[in-house]
Design a protein around this ligand. Structure first.
Ligand SMILES: CC(C)(COP(=O)(O)OP(=O)(O)OC[C@H]1O[C@@H](n2cnc3c(N)ncnc32)[C@H](O)[C@@H]1OP(=O)(O)O)[C@@H](O)C(=O)NCCC(=O)NCCS
Length: 168
């Protein structure tokens, strides 16, 4: 299994993998409603969505796991500047491994690659988006030495505010 930088040609395969992971994670909420959900909303999901994908290729911090020409795992990351009191912060947006290839060390290698390459590029800290109930993801990050506490981010949906303004 080779870990290599993600390229534009990986888009379709990585898109399929990421959507499969999102559907798996939200399976309880979504039940069998996937087909009924709005197409535009589904297209906007994930870091592999058409408008986000190129920005994750540019920085050279997104990778895939490939074997015999087939991609079985992905990680989307990029460098952010002057956030969280860090000049160069490595942000990990999402990662996933095909169900058949899980627990074989692929996720670990993908995340390790981001940490190592990010450090080479001058990154001083890595922040990774994890859901508090995602045990495999939490355990993976802990195995690599990530520190996980109760910190979370307060969210404000600006598009929702714009919608409310229009209604008022
Ligand atoms: C999270 C995910 C990427 C892990 O990928 P993976 O290739 O299976 O992980 P690895 O084989 O490299 O596992 C490394 C370590 O993580 C932990 N881990 C991984 N899966 C685990 C599980 N199901 N339960 C408990 N610990 C787990 C273990 O510590 C493991 O080390 P070990 O096998 O020596 O015990 C994978 O489960 C996945 O794609 N899940 C769906 C998408 C998702 O949740 N992405 C995370 C978003 S941040």
């Amino acid at each position: 299994m080779e870990i290599r930088p993600m390229r534009m040609k990986d888009l379709v395969r990585v898109r399929d993998l990421e959507i499969a992971c999102i559907r798996e994670y939200f399976s309880e909420i979504l039940e069998n409603k996937w087909e009924e959900l709005p197409k535009e909303w589904k297209e906007s999901l994930g870091a592999s969505n058409r408008s986000a994908f190129p920005s994750y290729l540019e920085g050279g911090l997104s990778f895939v796991a490939e074997e015999e020409g087939e991609v079985f795992g992905f990680i989307f990351a990029k460098m952010l500047h002057h956030v969280y009191n860090a000049e160069n912060l490595i942000w990990v947006e999402n990662m996933g491994v095909h169900t058949y290839y899980r627990r074989m060390g692929i996720g670990y290698k993908l995340l390790r690659e981001v940490v190592n390459k990010g450090a080479e590029m001058g990154g001083t800290v890595v922040h990774s988006a994890i859901q508090p109930d995602n045990v495999p993801s939490i355990m993976l990050h802990k195995k690599l030495g990530f520190f996980i506490d109760r910190r979370s981010v307060a969210l404000f949906d600006v598009t929702d505010m714009n919608k409310k303004k229009k209604k008022a």
